[in-house]
Write a protein that binds this ligand. Structure first.
Ligand SMILES: Cc1cc2nc3c(=O)[nH]c(=O)nc-3n(C[C@H](O)[C@H](O)[C@H](O)COP(=O)(O)OP(=O)(O)OC[C@H]3O[C@@H](n4cnc5c(N)ncnc54)[C@H](O)[C@@H]3O)c2cc1C
Length: 488
C-alpha cells in the first residue's frame, strides 16, 4: 500500500539520513524557516559506537556560529598537538582561531547536540523510514520510502539532500558513480577497557606493517583501531582481542592491558568521490559524496562543512532571495575541498605505512617529521588543510583578495563577535574601523591590517562574500542587495 505524506515538505527539503551531515543541514534549514523532513532508516537511537573522534578548529567555528561549541567544549578534551606517527606531529596552539586545538569527543555527542537543535528548530524526523528511490521533474522531487510494516510512503519536496552515508541510496537513484578504490583493508575496530592509562589523549604509531591508534570515549572505554598490512582478510573474518593486542604491542610497544571488549569489528577504508555533488534538484553531502581513510580525522568535519555551505544557499533560493544559480556554487566550492581531503588523508596513510612499497617511502616517512617542523610553509599548509581553516572558495575575477576566504572571529561593537552575530543564519556586514586596540590572537597580521580599512560582507557560513577597501556607500548597498537579496 502506498501512502502520500504531503504537507509542508512539498515546499521545502527532504534530508535523507540523520548522521552528522544531515543533522546540521536539517537544523540550519529549520532555523531559516524552511520546512524540512529528515528520513532515517534506523530507529530513533544515536549509537554510542562512535566513529569520529576529532572535531577540528573550522568545524568548532561552525558549531560556534550555531551556539553549540561551548557545550561540546565542556564535554570533550582539547588537544593542542596532533600526533600522527612517532615524531610526526603538528602543534595547533598557534592556530589563528578562537579554537587553538582539536577537540577529542565521540561523534555521538556531536550528533546529539545537532539533533537537539534541529528538533528545537522544528525539523520533522521520520525514523524507521528507508528511502528506496526517487524521481524528479522540473517542479520538485518525489521520494519513495519503505516503513517496517511494509507500507511505501511517497513524499514530495522542492529539493532533496542525500546525506545517507557511504552506501548512499540517493546517489544510486540519481545515477551517479562513486569512483575510487579501497586503500586499506582488514582494519580492526574495538571498544576496550585499559588497565593502564596511555601517556597522551590520542596515541598512534606505525612500526613496519603494523599501525595502532587509541582514543578515549570519556566513559572509561577506549577505541582502538589496529591494522596489520601483512594480515589481509575479508571484512567478515572473525576478530578476537588477542589479534588487536598483538597489533597494538607491535605498533605502540605495549597493549596497555586491554581487556573486556564491548564491541569489535573489521572494516575496509575506501577513497572515493562522486563526480558531481548535484543532479537537478538533488544534492549529495558528507560520506554520500566523498569517503577517505580516517587518517587526519577529516570525514565528519568535511561533511559538516558541506552542510554549512549548502544550507544557507537552499534557504536563500527557497525564500526567493537568490537566483537558483547560487546552488551551482555548492559544487564549485565543495567538490575541490573533497578532492583535497581525499588527497591529504590518503597521503598520510600511504606515507606513514610505507604502503607505496618503494624504498624511498620509508625514507620519506623518516624525513617528513623534521622537514615538517623546519619548513614553515609546508607545516602551515598541512595545518591549514587538516584543521579546515585554510580552505578558500573561488572568487570572481577582479574580486577583493579576501573574497571567498574564511572570516576570522572579529570582535564587533556592543561586546559581541562575528561568530555570535552569525547565529541564526544571517549575513553580517562589517564596516571599517571595527578592529581597535591590539591584534587579537585569532587574526593573522594580514587579516588585522586589511580589516582595519575594509568593509566585509560575511556569508552565513563564515566566508567572505564581498569585500571592499573603498568608502562608497552605494557600492556597499549594491553588494548587499546582490548577495543578501532584495529584502535586505
Ligand atoms: C573508524 C572511523 C574513524 C573515524 N574517525 C573520524 C574522525 O576522527 N574525524 C572525522 O571527521 N571523521 C571520522 N570518521 C568518518 C565519520 O565517521 C564519517 O565521515 C561521518 O559519520 C559521515 O557523516 P554522514 O552524516 O555524512 O554519514 P553517516 O554518519 O554515515 O550517516 C548516514 C545516515 O544515513 C542513514 N541512511 C543510510 N541509508 C539510508 C536510506 N536509504 N534511507 C534513510 N536513511 C539512510 C544511516 O542510517 C545513517 O544514519 C571516521 C570513520 C571511521 C569508520
Amino acid at each position: 500500500m502506498d501512502t502520500d505524506v504531503n504537507g509542508d515538505a512539498a515546499r521545502g527539503v527532504v534530508v535523507v539520513g540523520a548522521g552528522p551531515t544531515g543533522l546540521l543541514l536539517a537544523g540550519d534549514l529549520a532555523e531559516a524557516g524552511v520546512p524540512v523532513t529528515v528520513l532515517e532508516k534506523r530507529p530513533h537511537r544515536i549509537s554510542n559506537l562512535s566513529r569520529a573522534f576529532a572535531v577540528h578548529a573550522r568545524t568548532l567555528e561552525q558549531l560556534d556560529a550555531r551556539g553549540l561549541a561551548d557545550a561540546l567544549e565542556a564535554v570533550g578534551e582539547p588537544l593542542t598537538r596532533l600526533g600522527f606517527f612517532g615524531s610526526l606531529s603538528i602543534d595547533l596552539s598557534g592556530l589563528p582561531s578562537r579554537y587553538r586545538h582539536v577537540l577529542v569527543i565521540p561523534q555521538y555527542e556531536v550528533e546529539r547536540a545537532l539533533e537537539r537543535r534541529a528538533v528545537a528548530a522544528g525539523a520533522a524526523f521520520r525514523y524507521e523510514t528507508e528511502v528506496t528511490g526517487l524521481t524528479q521533474d522540473p517542479d520538485g522531487v518525489t521520494v519513495l520510502a519503505s516503513r517496517p510494516d511494509g507500507r511505501t510512503e511517497r513524499l514530495r519536496a522542492a529539493y532533496v539532500v542525500g546525506t545517507d552515508g557511504m552506501r548512499s541510496t540517493v546517489r544510486r537513484a540519481i545515477g551517479l558513480p562513486f569512483p575510487g578504490h579501497s586503500v586499506i583493508r582488514s582494519v580492526i575496530l574495538a571498544d576496550v577497557l585499559l588497565a593502564e592509562k596511555p601517556p597522551s589523549v590520542l596515541t598512534a604509531n606505525a612500526v613496519d606493517g603494523a599501525f595502532a591508534f587509541l582514543a578515549p570515549f570519556g566513559d572509561g572505554y577506549y577505541r582502538v583501531i589496529g591494522w596489520d598490512r601483512r594480515h589481509d582478510v575479508p571484512d567478515d573474518a572473525p576478530v578476537d582481542l588477542a589479534e588487536i593486542k598483538e597489533i597494538t604491542r607491535q605498533a605502540l610497544g605495549r597493549d596497555y592491558g586491554m581487556h573486556d571488549a564491548r564491541w569489535m569489528s573489521r572494516f575496509h577504508s575506501d577513497e572515493r568521490q562522486v563526480p558531481s555533488y548535484r543532479v537537478g534538484r538533488v544534492f549529495l553531502a558528507g560520506d554520500a559524496a566523498h569517503v577517505h581513510t580516517p587518517a587526519g580525522g577529516q570525514g565528519m568535519n568535511t561533511g559538516l562543512q558541506d552542510a554549512a555551505n549548502l544550507s544557507w544557499k537552499l534557504a536563500a533560493v527557497l525564500h526567493g532571495r537568490s537566483d537558483p544559480a547560487l546552488l551551482d556554487t555548492y559544487q564549485s566550492e565543495r567538490h575541490p575541498v573533497g578532492r583535497a581531503v581525499l588527497r591529504s588523508s590518503g597521503g598520510i596513510v600511504r606515507l606513514a605505512m610505507g604502503m607505496a612499497k618503494h624504498p624511498w617511502s620509508q625514507a620519506a616517512r623518516q624525513s617528513l617529521a623534521p622537514l615538517l617542523s623546519r619548513v614553515a610553509p609546508l607545516r602551515r599548509k598541512a595545518i591549514a588543510q587538516i584543521t579546515g581553516l585554510g580552505y578558500r572558495y573561488p572568487a570572481p575575477r577582479g574580486a577583493h583578495p579576501l573574497t571567498g576566504r574564511r572570516a576570522p572571529d572579529i570582535a564587533l561593537a556592543k561586546n559581541t563577535r562575528l561568530y555570535e552575530a552569525l547565529r541564526g543564519g544571517h549575513f553580517v556586514l562589517i564596516t571599517p574601523g571595527r578592529y581597535e586596540g591590539a591584534r587579537p590572537a585569532n587574526l593573522t597580521a594580514a587579516e588585522w591590517r586589511s580589516g582595519r580599512r575594509t568593509t566585509l560582507l560575511v556569508r552565513p557560513d563564515g566566508y567572505v562574500a564581498w569585500a571592499s577597501d573603498g568608502t562608497d556607500r552605494g557600492e556597499t548597498e549594491r553588494a548587499v542587495r546582490e548577495h543578501v537579496g532584495p529584502v535586505a
